[in-house]
Design a protein around this ligand. Structure first.
Ligand code: MRU
Length: 344
């Protein structure tokens, strides 16, 4: 990929400010846990795997200058920062998985000096980032086996390089298929209200010179009826043990439409997005966002004052509508409860 969404540089975290894309490719230099909280909350960095990596760096930034020689005092501060960062966005499991992983690491190092523990936190964070890179490549390879020459694929929101350490999940499948010489068309739904599809996915696909067509979210049914789409591939924010999948609001509607039109519906996601504690989609916490995101469009109010607004950021696709989950380890097919258990 010609860009790096998140980098550790001179004791700072350099991120692409995704809110200014595609107009401007600009960077932010994050130096504190509070700045990272804000960057995640305001979607300057977003997408489940990228949120996990960003939060892990945020945790390190929050603890790196904390002065104490007592493990107990250090651990309390560390856990307070975890609690704080975990309250940022509730749906993407990668954030919680990364926090747990760093907590385990600290547990393993509890007998060591505090400065050594801090070093271990940074090292583990960089490992999470590096692993995600390999994982995305592997998702791309596994998923590309499902893609045929001349396929027309619909994707939603942005599950590309920007949403990960750099290569994406749903888009990794598309990038890899293209690398293999397959000629594919991609339809992108704009993804109201924050337009991650129109702004970010179209930007990424343009850089890879992939034949891309943007549609409004409410056009998907018509486009499917016209026979223009033969596969849907989306990312995921959290997957329950039975395969129910939370992803950007609108994904459920696409899955229902795909089922009605007999179009295979694929979810591409790393193992780090599966929540081993959640049995079904009903238990996945869904983020509710500021009504202002719907009240306003391009900086201008579009509804009469006082209009009631409902703004869930995600919805849950029941496992029965998912043809296959593309992971870095293998393609997981129904029966999901049994096969997810095996892959975890
Ligand atoms: O609100 P966002 O932009 O963070 O939502 C992102 C998505 O829904 C993505 O599809 C998902 O996180 C998968 S990213 C590989």
């Amino acid at each position: 990929m010609p860009f790096a969404p998140i980098e550790w540089q001179n004791n700072k975290v350099k991120i692409i400010d995704q809110t200014s894309l595609p107009k401007k490719l600009s960077y932010l230099y994050i130096q504190t846990a509070e700045e990272m909280f804000d960057a995640i909350k305001t979607l300057k960095i977003r997408g489940a795997p990228a949120i996990g990596i960003a939060a892990a760096f945020g945790l390190y930034l929050g603890i790196k200058d904390y002065k104490t020689t007592s493990f107990k005092t250090f651990d309390k501060k560390f856990k307070d920062i975890i609690k704080y960062l975990s309250s940022c966005r509730p749906t993407a499991y990668n954030l919680f998985g990364a926090m747990e992983r760093l907590q385990d690491k600290v547990g393993q190092f509890k007998k060591y000096p505090i400065e050594t523990i801090k070093g271990a936190i940074l090292e583990e964070t960089l490992k999470i980032q590096m692993e995600d890179n390999k994982t995305c490549q592997s998702i791309g390879e596994k998923g590309a086996n499902l893609i045929k020459d001349a396929d027309a694929i619909l994707t939603h929101c942005n599950a590309g390089g920007l949403a990960t350490s750099g290569y994406g999940t749903a888009l990794a499948v598309i990038f890899k298929a293209k690398e293999q010489g397959k000629k594919i068309k991609v339809y992108v739904s704009e993804t109201r209200p924050l337009l991650q599809g129109a702004r970010l996915t179209c930007w990424e696909l343009a850089q890879e010179k992939i034949d891309t067509t943007l549609i409004c979210d409410n056009m998907a049914g018509e486009v499917m009826k016209e026979g223009k789409i033969n596969k849907v591939i989306v990312g995921a924010d959290r997957i329950a043990l039975n395969g129910d999948t939370a992803n950007k609001i609108g994904t459920y509607s696409l899955a229902v439409l795909a089922s009605f039109h007999n179009i295979p519906f694929y979810v591409a996601a790393p193992i780090s997005t599966f929540d081993p504690k959640i049995r079904t989609g009903e238990d996945i916490p869904i983020e509710q966002r500021d009504p202002g995101e719907i009240e306003n469009f391009a900086g201008k109010r579009i509804t009469p004052k006082g209009t009631k607004i409902y703004n869930p950021a995600f919805d849950v696709v029941p496992n029965s509508l998912i043809t296959c989950i593309i992971t870095e380890k293998k393609l997981v097919y129904p029966s999901y409860r049994k096969n997810i258990k095996k892959v975890l």
